[in-house]
Design a protein around this ligand. Structure first.
Ligand code: B3K
Ligand code: ZN
Length: 867
């Protein structure tokens, strides 16, 4: 299992000019003919004449070089590499290969999902289709002909534009597609199957008429309208905000049931996990609708950031992913509520990226080594990567940032580039030295910034000191100070913001940094890292009373939310230590009051309240502790929730009532906010555990008029009693067993139940006729849901949870390496548990490590965890 190192990068020996592919699709036997025109890389000084290409595990039937047949001893092909010695400067190579997409359960390369043939080539899947220099810095023009049975596969799609189509003997037909843009092979795609579609015309800003199409299985086509609306929003938004117009005549999206990732931005032919396309109010929650908008936007925005300008090598992944996540975040923020979007993104970053940054998978946003690239599609590359772009955006401001983007496309359109190239245009546009900022890309770990204050009542000077520290890790033994943007304000005792906007951005470059504010009234509070201006852990010296004040009065929404989070976190920490010392559990009056004030505020934005008043999830709370006690965290959270529900019962009941009058099918911010707050209030009430509140939830479940409410109530019912869990699960199943995406919810909710019998129940569900290990969404719902979102049961003291998951990883690894490796991540933080669990989790990792035939994907995760 060799590591690939950034420092070993060398340009390719051979480049490809044209790629002509012919796919002859037949059941159990797909023949691929690939014709490549290759030439020696003119930019390379010591040119090699040996052609080395990547190849997967398939049969090569014939090879011709400039029309001459090559005998099998004129080339080497070992299922990894394809080598032909002594090549001329320019030549045409034709290879014929035999594939069996029906047997491809790894879902990379060409595979078949519920009757539909499709491809997934990023990162290194194209080599499973034909021998090729499978690296993103080899860009070529593609022509693709697909031949298949007319009845089984009436629809035949590839990148670009259809240029030729016709009938063939034996009920077969063909379509030829041509993509006018050069692209790396990871953006190649093909789809063939029995699909329906909806289409919509769109006139771009310059007056060009384009067609947008979304394909799905015939029974799902009615659920594609939301996705189409989102696609139009995305095309328009990219024109308006980034001045970027679509470049082909046709944009196609296909929804597929079995898909390893969320979606894939193949040029002109996006392939999507059905979960991010199909929706209607009866089957999709508000979160699902929002996720569809986000992912549709994300893949569309890749057309420029990723496709037109692509990556020199896979180490640069964040160049396209961080930037495109930033773009999709801005898209959803411009279209919905900016502060609610920001809160959701920061929650994800803290819950998932911060732990990644402090565990065995810690890597810089631009990693410098990998064994299997698939393992580096991480929170760090995506979400932290987006935060780095956001920091640049703050330093430059929107206007200069957009000038930098314009320069990026001017200089690098059609090229495969690096993070340095991006930073250079931003430095140029912003007249800014980015040398220190670049450390964010090369240094791993989350810095902690400690904020301290001192106030002199005589001079009325408030000094605020920031100190940064990043703990050392496996990547760097010593960390350099980072260039950190700190957006801040000062809130005076009346709740007024007293520093002018132009003074609000502080640039921290050293280990410590002090700012002094003149003429500040006594009792003024600093509000730091507004809108979460940098991806750091913030430690302040604010008291509970001061936090409660900021929670009520800060003019920055994000910091109002964050003050509430900090209050919750402090309360949980106090409760957990009381549990550890067997002390009675109390809840501070200060928190209850702050909560009450917020919930009674009639003028407040309900979507915001639904976020601010939710106690952080157990996973997020775990990050507060050096040694994680899952049971104590669970008990503390439960206690806090029940205490709030008991103390504020009338207020919760009132909220349930007041928020109950939204239009069940409307996706307006107000209606989404109403549902969110109402379901939060129901969940607080349910924590009381009385028959009468159970009755409220059950009735709300029966009365639900959309999936948001039905799912929320079902989830709550599965936390109440075994009887209600059984009853609600049976009803939900009867109603939805025909719909795979809703069935994923059914599996998930049972997997995350805190009730005592959850593990046996999950084991039973694995044998349910609707469960299968071959569908990634189903695995993520049940197995991954249990391992990652049910800490109490996954970490059961018996070790049964670990044992169950270890077995599943081994079983999955024979089917789908990428999904098995993702699941293995549930053991990453084994060192953060008590000694008993530490031993058991380590044993699981050792069992995996010792297993013969372990995939490279799982090996990399296991070996990092054990290192
Ligand atoms: N670029 C794809 C990710 C492909 C995952 C490969 N293992 C989706 C996206 O980020 O847009
Ligand atoms: Zn992406």
């Amino acid at each position: 299992h060799a590591s690939v190192l950034l420092k070993d990068y060398t340009p390719p020996d051979f480049l490809v000019d044209r790629v002509t592919l012919v796919f002859d699709i037949r059941p159990e036997e797909t023949r691929v003919t690939s014709t490549l025109t290759l030439f020696k890389n003119p930019d390379k000084s010591n040119k090699s004449s040996v052609l080395k290409m990547d190849m997967g595990d398939f049969e090569i039937q014939s090879v011709t070089l400039d029309g001459q047949n090559l005998s099998s001893n004129a080339f080497q092909a070992d299922g990894k590499q394809f080598i032909v010695p002594d090549m001329p400067d320019r030549f045409t190579l034709e290879t014929r290969t035999l594939l069996c997409p029906e047997k491809n359960t790894r879902l990379e390369g060409l595979y078949r999902s519920r009757g539909i043939y499709c491809t997934q080539c990023e990162a290194e899947g194209f080599r499973n289709i034909t021998p090729f220099p499978d690296r993103p810095d080899v860009m070529a023009r593609y022509t693709c002909t697909i031949i298949a049975d007319k009845t089984a596969c009436p629809v035949l799609l590839s990148n670009g534009n259809p240029v030729k189509a016709g009938d063939l003997p034996d009920n077969r037909h063909f379509v030829t597609w041509e993509d006018p843009f050069k692209k790396p092979c990871y953006l190649f795609a093909l789809v063939a199957g029995n699909l329906s579609w909806i289409e919509s015309p769109f006139v771009t800003r310059s007056g060009k008429h384009i067609t947008l199409k979304i394909f799905a299985e015939p029974e799902n086509i009615d659920k594609c309208h939301h996705a189409m609306a989102c696609l139009k929003q995305a095309v328009k938004w990219d024109e308006e905000r980034f001045n970027l117009e679509y470049d082909l005549d046709l944009y196609q999206i296909v929804a597929i049931n079995d898909f390893n990732a969320g979606a894939m931005e193949n040029k002109g032919l996006n392939i999507f996990n059905a979960k991010y396309v199909l929706a209607d109010p009866a089957t999709a929650t508000d979160d699902d609708f929002m996720n569809i908008q986000r992912v549709i936007g994300h893949e569309y925005f890749h057309n420029w950031t990723g496709n037109r300008v692509t990556l020199k090598n896979w180490f640069q992944l964040s160049l396209k992913e961080g930037l495109t996540v930033f773009r999709d975040q801005e898209f959803t923020s411009d279209l919905n509520s900016r502060s609610v979007e920001r809160i959701s993104n920061v929650k994800t970053l803290r819950a998932l990226q911060f732990p990644e940054d402090s565990g065995p998978m810690a890597h810089p946003v631009r990693p410098d080594a990998y064994i299997k690239m698939d393992n580096f599609y991480t929170m760090t590359v995506y979400e932290k990567g987006a935060e780095l772009i956001r920091m640049i955006h703050q330093f430059l401001g929107e206007t200069l940032f957009q000038q930098g983007m314009a320069l990026y496309f001017k200089q690098f359109d059609g090229m495969a580039v690096t993070v340095e190239d991006f930073l250079s245009v931003m430095a140029q546009a912003g007249h800014m030295d980015m040398t220190q900022f670049k450390r964010w890309y090369t240094q791993s770990g989350t810095p902690t910034v400690t904020v301290t204050r001192s106030y002199d009542p005589d001079t009325r000077i408030l000094s605020v000191t920031f100190a940064q520290h990043t703990p050392f890790d496996r990547n760097q033994s010593e960390k350099q100070p980072l260039h950190i943007p700190i957006r801040m304000g000062l809130i005076d005792p009346e709740g007024k913001d007293i520093i002018p906007e132009q003074k609000s951005l502080i640039q921290m470059r050293d280990d410590t940094h002090t700012v002094a504010f003149q003429n500040v009234p006594s009792g003024t509070l600093p509000s730091v890292f507004r809108q979460f201006s940098a991806p750091v852990k913030i430690s302040t010296d604010l008291s509970d009373e001061e936090l409660a004040f900021l929670m009520a009065r800060d003019t920055d929404d994000f910091n109002r939310w964050d003050a509430a989070q900090t209050l919750f976190n402090k309360e949980i920490q106090t409760l957990v230590s009381a549990i550890a010392r067997h002390r009675p559990l109390t809840v501070s009056q200060n928190l209850v009051q702050a909560f009450e004030t917020a919930l009674s505020d009639q003028s407040a934005d309900r979507a915001f309240l639904a976020k601010a008043l939710a106690i952080p999830q157990e996973m997020e709370l775990a990050n507060l502790f050096d040694c994680i006690d899952v049971d104590a965290i669970h008990a503390a959270r439960q206690h806090l929730k029940t205490h709030l529900a008991a103390t504020l019962t009338p207020l919760f009941l009132n909220t349930i009532d007041q928020c109950g009058h939204s239009d069940p099918e409307s996706l307006s911010i107000q209606d989404i906010g109403n549902r969110g707050l109402r379901n939060l209030a129901i969940s607080y009430m349910a924590s009381l555990g009385t028959a009468s509140v159970h009755d409220i939830v059950w009735k709300a479940f029966l009365a639900a008029e959309n999936m948001t409410d039905e799912f929320a109530c079902f989830k709550i019912l599965c936390t109440t009693t075994p009887e209600l869990k059984r009853k609600s699960a049976a009803r939900f199943y009867d109603k939805w067993s025909h719909d795979p995406l809703v069935m994923d919810k059914w599996f998930y909710v049972q997997a995350v139940s805190p009730l005592a019998d959850t593990l046996p129940c999950v084991k039973d569900l694995v044998t349910h006729p609707d469960f299968t290990l071959t569908n990634p969404n189903r695995v993520r719902a049940l197995i991954y849901g249990f391992a990652m979102n049910n800490p109490v049961h996954f970490h059961e003291k018996t070790g049964n949870g670990y044992e169950f998951i270890t077995d599943k990883i081994l079983e999955l690894d024979t089917i789908n390496h990428q999904i098995a490796a993702r699941l293995t991540g549930c053991f990453n933080h084994w060192k953060k548990y008590d000694s008993h669990r530490r031993v058991l989790m380590k044993q699981s990792l050792e069992i995996l490590a010792a297993s013969p035939n372990l995939s490279t994907n799982v090996y990399e995760i296991v070996s990092r965890a054990l290192a």
